[in-house]
Write a protein that binds this ligand. Structure first.
Ligand code: 13P
Length: 260
């Protein structure tokens, strides 16, 4: 259960940041620092951008070594859902990954485990990989409820999606570590990753290893230690994905770690 994954996935979550000009500059720097010609294939990179910027970013990232991701998707297929963006629309503009169940959406938009599971289902139905976020709050951790919370969140996705769960990516993002500069220790992350992996293994019989990312104040200074931790298959990076040098440094660490 503890073996390291030779492949790493590094996903930037830009959250509600950026501008047309700023995104173009950031992507240009990323593509210079992470050219397709040099990509080993051991590390996959993606950036999840605000929905209004998906189309221009799709053009900029076309044929590059960085995939396009979205930050949310509707739980509905189509129709009278003002303001929502469907999975088919995301696919239409070249999206490869979509974050679902980020704690900011669970917290500020009252997204339930069931809604998150439906969003994952809609993404899977059109061939987009949902990055399913789970994580406990500080109060829940202090109350000893971490395992119960993350397992409950993941169970809803497993229950609705059955064997298709083998196609998801999971991101463990302890809420208390997001944007706080307070990263989970490698041991804390590993412990939760191990129990999520056990839950996934029990749920679906599969040979393929499901990718489990860590997110929460991962940065250029701590990425190497986190990414070399057995059971951590990559990172979901917020703040540090907004600076090309920091994101490229994390990609380089993932590359170095995946070589050993
Ligand atoms: P930070 O890396 O800014 O802590 O954000 C993590 C996160 O929420 C990624 O989805």
């Amino acid at each position: 259960m503890n073996q390291s994954n030779p492949h790493k996935l590094i996903v930037g979550n830009w959250k509600m940041n950026g501008s047309l000009a700023g995104n173009a500059a950031l992507i240009q720097d990323l593509l210079i620092g992470w050219p397709k010609s040099q990509a080993s294939g051991r590390v996959q990179a993606a950036v999840c951008v605000p929905s209004v910027y998906l189309t221009p970013c799709s053009g900029l990232l076309h044929h590059s070594a960085v995939d396009l991701g979205a930050q949310d998707v509707s739980a509905h297929e189509a129709g009278a859902y003002t303001g929502e963006v469907s999975a088919a629309m995301l696919r239409d503009v070249g999206v490869r990954y979509v974050i679902v169940g980020h704690s900011e959406r669970r917290q500020y938009h009252a997204e339930t485990d069931q809604l998150v599971a439906q969003k994952a289902q809609k993404a899977l139905a059109v061939g987009i990989t949902p990055v399913v976020c789970v994580g406990e709050t500080l109060l829940e951790r202090q109350a000893g409820q971490t395992a119960d919370v993350v397992k409950r969140q993941l169970a809803a996705v497993i229950q609705l999606n059955g064997h298709c769960v083998s196609e998801i990516v999971v991101a463990y993002e302890p809420v208390w570590a997001i944007g706080t500069g307070q990263t989970a220790t490698a041991e804390q992350a590993q412990e939760v990753h191990d129990l999520l992996r056990a839950q996934l293994k029990a749920a679906v019989s599969m040979h393929e290893r499901i990718c489990i990312l860590y997110g929460g104040s991962m940065n250029a200074g701590n990425a190497k230690s986190l990414l070399s931790t057995p059971g951590i298959d990559g990172g979901l990076i917020g703040g540090a994905s907004l600076k090309a040098t920091d994101f490229l440094s994390i990609l380089a660490d993932a590359e170095a770690v995946s070589k050993v």
